[in-house]
Write a protein that binds this ligand. Structure first.
Ligand code: CDT
Length: 301
């Protein structure tokens, strides 16, 4: 079986005082809708369970530990796992992970239809800065609150499909895609929280940001002959706007489904994973055409 209906569950803004239980109820509503449409694998965004708190500065970072999960699944999230199992649906979502050793990661997991966590990924490319920067109108403090991931970009065969994850800023780096591509990936899942305004360039409007988002996902999918599902947490969160634009992209690099609004919204597509074979065996046959003797610089600096 190479065909499967896949979905992206875009989530509108989550406010600071929204509880995990309220968020999980929203996620389950989208899962119900997905199930009714025959979706067998569903992708939720980065940091699905909480507001995107790296926009806020606190001197003592421990004050923000309440945004992190120390166990997965935990009692608040368990109903999502139970619902997925009842639907026979695999899924992936992002959350903030606090390990027993006290390490903080921006994490995502793939869960099989049997309810098992079959792959964990910790975000590699952390954008932004670690200290408060007064010249910025908007802070982006991921480097303050997270360690760079230690997992690397792994893949897992889940539901007969080779799946791998990237998280938000990772989608802009060809290295993320190629490491997944070299493992034969057929579905790359990406959750994101992309602020519409957060840097020092006056030129950067939302259209330009949206273009760079799509460009990155379409290029990554095409150059590695893989499906990609990129899903936003978006719209207003505590007075800050994040763009929407969730998309499903085919192995030819074309957008085949796209969110139309900025709220909770399901997008779906019937993927034919046999379509990954063409690119992987022709123009992007890595074994036949790559010239690694000229690529050393990429991994040496
Ligand atoms: N969450 C995340 O990684 N967002 C970044 C914002 C970059 S601007 C500092 C992104 O690449 O979308």
């Amino acid at each position: 079986m190479t065909k499967m209906i896949i979905g992206g569950a875009q989530i509108g803004g989550i406010q600071k005082d929204e509880t995990r239980e309220e968020v999980i109820a929203r996620m389950i509503a989208l899962m119900d809708e997905a199930h009714a449409k025959g979706v067998k694998f569903l992708v939720y965004p980065e940091m699905t369970l909480t507001t995107f708190f790296p926009r806020f500065y606190v001197e003592d970072r421990a004050e923000f530990d309440h945004w992190f999960e120390t166990q997965m699944p935990n009692p608040a999230v368990q109903p999502l796992f139970d619902k997925a199992k009842a639907c026979g649906m695999g899924f992936t979502f992002g959350y903030c992970e606090l390990t027993p050793e006290g390490e903080h990661f921006n994490t995502s997991i793939i869960v099989s239809p049997e309810g098992e966590i079959v792959l964990k990924y910790r975000k590699t490319h952390l954008p932004g800065h670690a200290e408060f920067e007064p010249e910025r109108t908007h802070q982006h403090l991921e480097k303050r609150y997270f360690l760079p991931g230690d997992t690397g970009f792994g893949v897992v065969k889940n539901q007969d499909v080779i799946m791998g994850m990237a998280i938000c800023n990772d989608r802009r780096w060809p290295e993320s895609w190629r490491v997944l591509g070299l493992q034969g990936v057929q579905l790359v899942t990406i959750g994101y929280n992309t602020p519409s305004q957060n840097n020092l360039s006056s030129e950067e409007g939302i259209e330009r940001r949206m273009y760079h988002h799509e460009l990155s996902v379409c290029a990554g999918a095409y150059q590695n002959s893989t499906y990609a599902v990129a899903v936003a947490k978006c719209s207003m969160e505590d007075g800050n706007h994040m763009f929407a634009g969730s998309i499903i992209v085919d192995p030819d690099g074309f957008v085949v489904a796209k969110a139309t609004g900025e709220g909770d919204e399901l997008i779906t597509h019937e993927a034919d994973f046999a379509k990954c074979d063409f690119g992987k065996s022709t123009v992007f046959n890595f074994a036949a055409h790559r010239r690694i003797e000229h690529y050393g610089l990429i991994a040496s600096q």
